[in-house]
Design a protein around this ligand. Structure first.
Ligand SMILES: C[S@@+](CC[C@H](N)C(=O)[O-])C[C@H]1O[C@@H](n2cnc3c(N)ncnc32)[C@H](O)[C@@H]1O
Length: 277
């Protein structure tokens, strides 16, 4: 039984990292005319009102996107994310990964979004209702990913963004990613992970990169130094088949964000090339 609802966390600092990287990867895929398929294994609801009872309960977005709303002179990736946030008379709507992807898809591109939670699957269908190029599935995203590969045009962008409610995710995700790469070695795959237990996240990053010859970059951003007392102190995005210019872009964005979001006065970020190509 899944209990995680992304509505509690939408627009927080983890989303800033995840969605900045996603926007950069979508730009990269669009830099060639040939169509690509976007595969979102854990899609969530697609869009989130920041005035909902969920958002109000945690107020996480206020320490995330809330710090940037209404400001200008931002990094281009943050500017792009801010322009995808909809502000209306009735409130602010923060875009989830499927909506960010939907706005970037061209006529030649397509998408497949997986969401298991019945409430969020319905919300996703509603939030993406005019997006005929994106097929929605209320089924397991990791199995779904393997069924989609290789994609017809041999170009794919994959986002794997689980809630890590099941501790087995830490083992299942590396296994699935290696199977996915054996079906399509050039797939661009971005995996989000929380840093709650540093040993656990490091072990997953190690398992993900083991034996890979594709370029792998690792980005992290957090509000605090690693600690056993604070729950999630930071989070990361591991990118396989990472475009060469992504690290360059993140190396200017992350120090800026880390300085703005630090709660302990020590900016926390990581921008590492783990496998060179
Ligand atoms: C962190 S949220 C996704 C947020 C979304 N990617 C975004 O950036 O806007 C994770 C979602 O995965 C869903 N989920 C959990 N296990 C799943 C599975 N095996 N297959 C598909 N969806 C799953 C949860 O219900 C939850 O909505």
């Amino acid at each position: 039984m899944l209990s995680y609802r992304h509505a509690y966390h939408a627009g927080n600092i983890a989303d800033l990292l995840k969605h900045s990287v996603l926007l950069a990867l979508l730009d990269h895929m669009r830099s060639k005319d040939k169509g690509f398929k976007y595969i979102d294994t854990h899609s969530g609801a697609g869009a989130y009102s920041l005035r909902s009872e969920f958002s109000e309960k945690t107020a996480e977005w206020q320490r995330g996107i809330g710090r940037h709303l209404g400001s200008n002179a931002q990094h281009p990736l943050l500017d792009k994310l801010l322009s995808a946030v909809q502000t209306t008379d009735t409130g602010v709507v923060y875009p989830g990964s499927p909506r960010l992807a939907a706005s970037a898809l061209r006529r030649q591109d397509s998408g497949a979004c997986y969401e298991l939670h019945s409430t969020d699957a319905k919300l996703l269908a509603n939030n993406l209702r005019s997006q005929a190029a994106i097929k929605l599935y209320q089924s397991d995203g990791l199995a779904g990913l393997l069924s989609q590969l290789p994609t017809p045009t041999r170009r794919a962008l994959v986002l794997i963004d689980p809630s890590y409610e099941l501790k087995t995710d830490y083992q299942e995700i590396p296994k699935t990613v290696h199977k996915a790469l054996s079906k399509m070695e050039n797939a661009v795959i971005a995996i989000w992970y929380p840093v709650v237990d540093r040993d656990l996240s490091d072990a997953m990053v190690k398992a993900l990169t083991a034996g890979l010859s594709q370029r792998v970059d690792c980005f992290e951003l957090g509000e605090r130094a690693d600690s056993e007392g604070y729950g999630m102190t930071s989070s990361g995005m591991l990118v396989i088949n990472s475009p060469w210019d992504l690290a360059q872009s993140m190396s200017t964005l992350l120090p800026e964000l880390a300085a703005q979001h630090s709660l302990d006065g020590e900016p926390h970020y990581r921008c590492d090339n783990l496998v060179a190509r």
